[in-house]
Design a protein. Structure first.
Length: 260
């Protein structure tokens, strides 16, 4: 356990600190686990160290839990007889300091008996909590631990809020960039649409001009045809006029000759 006398002092201190932090603001019940048999010097030192760290008031919140009750059952000894008749008064004094709160587990019991043992232990814990007014055990160590935890929580909360504000700022900047990109894309799309509209208009105008050119070409051909026809008619008229004059002159000459 954390109060094992064979462990380095640094390891014990770290484990105690971890347990205090986990149980903050303080435990409602503390189980001191022992094995039936000789109450050893190591067990006594463990209890002394526990009292030295947490103070005598911790005994109001403690229950002694014996394991390996099956060893006693094998010898036909109840846990009550074991505690009452144990020769070492140190164990009896410990039980008395815990206000005669002790329980025992049979490690080899059936599953039903194990559940019954656990239920009996929980009932004993509930009764102890009720006797203590529902309060948890608090000493200077727990107060300091609670203050340290509160300070750490405040630091973590502050760091979280600062990180949250930074992320919010990044999000705002990202949104502004996105809005700017959308505006630029919309402007580019508008300009592209205008270009496409102009191209369509230009194609339309080009088509109209092409039609006009084709119409003019057609009119030109018709005029050229009419000119050709007029030229041919004029030539015929000129020829007719010229032939008629010669015939007239010839007839006049003949008439004058007849008179003579």
């Amino acid at each position: 356990g954390i109060l094992d006398t064979d462990l380095p002092a640094e390891t014990v201190a770290k484990e105690i600190g971890r347990c205090v932090a986990i149980s903050s603001p303080g435990p409602h019940a503390i189980l001191l686990v022992l094995r039936p048999g000789r109450y050893t010097e190591e067990d006594r030192k463990t209890v002394e160290k526990l009292l030295d760290i947490f103070g005598k008031q911790v005994m109001k919140y403690m229950i002694v839990l014996f394991t390996h009750r099956d060893d006693l059952d094998y010898e036909g000894i109840t846990i009550e007889n074991y505690v009452r008749n144990y020769e070492d008064k140190c164990l009896q004094e410990l039980i008395e300091m815990c206000r005669n709160r002790y329980h025992a587990f049979n490690n080899r019991a059936s599953e039903d008996d194990k559940e019954k043992q656990v239920s009996e232990l929980i009932a004993m814990i509930d009764q102890m909590v009720e006797e203590n007014g529902g309060t948890c055990y608090i000493n200077e160590i727990h107060i300091q631990a609670e203050e340290m935890i509160k300070k750490k929580e405040d630091e973590l909360l502050q760091n979280y809020n600062e990180e949250l504000e930074r992320e919010k700022l990044k999000l705002q900047q990202s949104r502004k960039k996105m809005e700017r990109y959308q505006q630029e894309a919309a402007e580019a799309e508008r300009q592209q649409q205008q270009t496409e509209d102009k191209m369509k208009e230009q194609k339309k105008e080009t088509k109209i001009l092409q039609q006009k050119i084709e119409e003019l070409e057609k009119q030109k051909k018709e005029l050229e045809k009419q000119v050709e026809e007029l030229s041919a008619e004029r030539c015929r008229n000129d020829a007719q006029d010229s032939t008629g004059g010669v015939i007239w002159k010839l007839m006049s000459f003949l008439r004058r000759k007849q008179r003579n």
